[in-house]
Design a protein around this ligand. Structure first.
Ligand SMILES: Nc1nc2c(c(=O)[nH]1)N[C@@H](CN(C=O)c1ccc(C(=O)N[C@@H](CCC(=O)O)C(=O)O)cc1)CN2
Length: 297
């Protein structure tokens, strides 16, 4: 068996185009563009790329995109003051502080300071609670994007066994909540789970979000399973030690022989993160303007 490749890049492009149409409708109805503010502290190279891509994608879709860059030695109080200013600005609909933050700043304190109704990352405890309760709120972008890919491929997820390998607040835990809400039977596993290969082999849906390059091998996968690889790991390129290459948490070449469908890295889940950020920001703008929230899927 050779798995079907789930093309997240193409799906994300479609989502961005749909959001752009809805942004145009919002702008006509509200008399202003929806606005996203992204805060970057420091010069982490990967974060710089992600923030630049968010800015470009937001502008292309018709948003007002506000990029705030702060030096690497910014103190927590100064960042909190910036967040307070964005919370109070009626022209800002969505706020995102790019992670990771420099070590002198406690991420949780910053997340807690963001107005939950502008928290388009869905990381604030109020939105975490809303997700757990199944009430409207913001869902973290990467897991929401994974769910869109899964629904597109599988339709109804009821009764399927989903194994989520990884328990981070950003991906693993919200992913498990979303799968549960979709009536899947969910197991959360992690790097310390015993007999992990045996457990993974029981999964109809396997979500890899453990942050360990190519940890999940082909023979851990149930034949025909749908595999969602959230890992983004840079490893040395064996052909050229001066360069790196990007791999997921799944060993793609062996997994593709067993799975029914699989997301590649790059080009799978990654592009969904930014597309869903745009959808979340439009949701925030609609709620704040008292307009109907469009269906992003
Ligand atoms: N405040 C946040 N910080 C971070 C988040 C987040 O959702 N909110 N997620 C990640 C980084 N991230 C977005 O911020 C992100 C990661 C990966 C991609 C992506 O498109 N990956 C590509 C490969 C890109 C490459 O070549 O490096 C892919 O997988 O195809 C987009 C966004 C941590 N921080």
């Amino acid at each position: 068996m050779t798995a079907e490749r789930i093309d997240g890049k193409a799906f994300a492009a479609g989502l961005r185009a749909r959001v752009a149409e809805q942004v145009a409708a919002f702008t006509a109805a509200a008399g202003r563009k929806p606005a996203l503010a992204v805060v970057l502290v420091g010069e982490d190279p990967a974060s710089q790329v992600y923030v630049r891509n968010k800015h470009r994608a937001a502008e292309e879709a018709g948003f007002e995109s506000i990029e705030i860059r702060l030096p690497a030695d910014t103190g927590q109080a100064d960042l909190l003051a910036e967040v307070a200013r964005l919370n109070a600005d009626p022209g800002v609909d969505g706020i995102l502080v790019q992670l990771p933050l420099p070590e002198q700043i406690a991420s949780q304190a910053v997340i807690l300071a963001i107005d939950p109704d502008k928290d388009v990352d869905g990381f604030h405890p109020v939105n975490v609670g809303r997700l757990g309760l199944g009430t409207p709120g913001f869902v973290p972008c990467t897991p929401r994007g994974c769910m869109m890919l899964l629904r597109d491929r599988l339709g109804d997820l009821s009764g399927l066994h989903a194994v989520v390998v990884g328990r981070s607040n950003i991906v693993g835990k919200p992913m498990a909540q979303l799968l549960l809400a979709a009536n899947a039977t969910v197991t959360i596993a992690h790097s310390r789970t015993r007999s992990l290969p045996v457990l993974c082999r029981t999964a109809d849906i396997l979500v890899a979000a453990v942050g360990r390059p190519e940890m999940i091998q082909g023979d851990w996968i149930k034949p025909g399973a749908t595999v969602i690889d959230v890992g983004v790991n840079r490893v040395p390129n064996p052909d050229d030690p001066q360069k790196t290459r990007l791999v997921g948490d799944v060993h793609y070449d062996s997994a593709v022989q067993r799975a029914g469908a699989i997301t590649p890295v790059p080009g799978g889940v990654g592009p969904m993160t930014i597309a869903v950020l745009l959808a979340n920001t439009l949701d925030a703008a609609c709620r704040r303007a008292g307009l109907q929230v469009p269906d992003a899927a």
